[in-house]
Write a protein that binds this ligand. Structure first.
Ligand code: ASP
Length: 443
């Protein structure tokens, strides 16, 4: 029997009804031995996450204001879950201790971490699993940098003889003993670390969607789920704005090739998305592309100069100016006598004329301009490397949509094609590319 590590997000543990689903899922498979819970999330769209209430308590306490009202709401949430589940557990001693620490200015990270800590205690009691505090196992140095190797060693030793455990997500401790959290959504990272430490066969990440979608559902109607995606593809898509999994959740399992399966607590039979290493991704998407993602808010500096191609150091000088102003670029398409540099437009705010005049001074261009309101769209897929005609189909889709393409870039990995379009065309471009590859692939 293999070992699975299962992480449940906040919406999967938002109330007793969800806890019941979670228990059913865990008990359905003996191999689901290690469980990583988040703090209770939202039960409905304008509900407040426990983590946010804890941050609020911390902020009130640091202004010497009374935290009782907010803290009582937190107690109510947990006690409601305990009584609805009908378990014999009292967290009163914990509440008293935590409140006292918060009032006495415990750190912001400590405050936030109590959401997972308390939820972990409830889940452990409900499942009959041992509760193991990650503050004893997940190590950060005193600057707050997470230490993977030390953590894996300690955790491996600690969990070796424990058949079943609940390990709260989101936090660990620094070497000086102070609690430290990952960034928001960080229980995903904890799950990944536990999976690595116990050499899991698979890391199941349970959430409220049936995996990654091929395109943003706010733009495309009912997009299909991505069945298999590689770590690399995921990185491309996440960078361009797809969010389901914390970015840092990949690196602990990536080097040892443990697959991550994104699953839906509310639809446990759905396959979800499998995230695998590049060489084990045998199953190809029938649509050839894996996903489409994009972002608005880019600008580009377009430069023209006759004989630019033979002027040694031209590009370097331009980039040095940008570096000096803290502008990091995303893409740099070029022609024989032209060069464009695409970057996040917020980076040039308030410094535009200075930047342009510095570039003029350094390289004396014939023409230079800044273009704004650009959206960048990435079409990602490991299947593109082996298939001809992908670019043709992307641009046919864009031409049907009457979208003017401002920039084209293909990474050397041939894993993606990136196109720049006007922000006003972004949604339509996404829809048309989706139609071209996914809907027409259905026939
Ligand atoms: N509870 C934390 C948050 O809301 C961590 C997590 O849920 O992963 O960010």
């Amino acid at each position: 029997m293999g070992v699975r590590v299962v992480k449940f997000g906040g919406s999967s543990l938002a109330d007793a009804k969800q806890f019941i689903k979670v228990k059913d899922i865990i008990k359905a498979e003996k191999s689901r031995r290690y469980v990583v819970p988040s703090a209770p999330g939202k039960r409905f769209s304008d509900d407040i996450k426990v983590t946010d209430m804890l941050y609020e308590c911390h902020d009130l306490a640091s202004n010497n204001k009374d935290i009782s009202k907010v803290f009582n709401k937190i107690i109510e949430r947990y006690n409601g879950i305990i009584s609805d589940l009908g378990i014999d557990l009292s967290l009163d001693a914990d509440y008293t201790e935590i409140k006292e620490k918060l009032v006495n200015h415990a750190s912001r990270d400590f405050a936030a971490s109590r959401g997972e800590y308390l939820n972990g205690k409830i889940l452990a009691s409900y499942l009959g699993y041992e509760f193991v505090d990650p503050a004893e196992m997940i190590v950060f140095d005193d600057k707050g940098v997470f230490l993977l190797d030390e953590t894996v060693q300690i955790m491996r030793r600690r969990l070796k003889n424990i058949e079943n455990a609940v390990i709260p997500g989101f936090y660990g401790a620094m070497q000086n003993g102070k609690v430290k959290t990952f960034s928001r959504g960080g229980s995903d990272v904890t799950g990944s670390i536990v999976a690595r430490s116990v050499n899991a066969d698979i890391y199941e990440n349970w959430t409220d969607v049936s995996g990654f979608l091929i395109a943003d559902p706010r733009i495309v109607d009912n997009p299909k789920v991505i069945k298999v995606i590689t770590y690399k593809e995921l990185r491309e898509l996440s960078y361009m704005g797809a969010t389901v999994l914390h970015e840092d959740a990949i690196f602990p399992v990536r080097t040892v090739g443990i697959p991550i399966n994104i699953k839906n607590t509310n639809d446990p039979d759905a396959r979800g998305t499998m995230i695998v290493s590049d060489d084990t991704a045998e199953e190809m998407s029938k649509y050839i592309i894996t996903g489409i993602a994009g972002k608005k808010g880019f600008a580009s500096i377009n430069i023209e100069k006759a004989m630019m191609n033979s002027e040694l150091g031209f590009g370097r000088k331009v980039l040095e100016v940008l570096e000096g102003y803290g502008i990091s670029f995303e893409h740099m398409p070029s022609g024989i006598d032209t060069m464009s540099i695409v970057f996040n437009s917020a980076l040039i705010k308030g410094k535009e004329s200075e930047v342009l005049s510095q570039i003029r001074k350094r390289v004396n261009p014939d023409h230079i301009e800044v273009e704004r309101n650009i959206a960048v769209l990435a079409v990602v897929g490991r299947g593109m490397r082996k298939t001809r005609g992908i670019a043709a189909r992307i641009f046919a889709a864009l031409s049907h949509a009457r979208v003017n393409v401002k920039m084209i870039d293909q990474g050397s990995s041939e894993l993606n094609v990136i196109v720049g379009v006007g922000e006003q065309d972004f949604e339509e471009a996404t829809r048309k590319i989706y139609e071209m590859f996914v809907l027409s692939g259905e026939e």
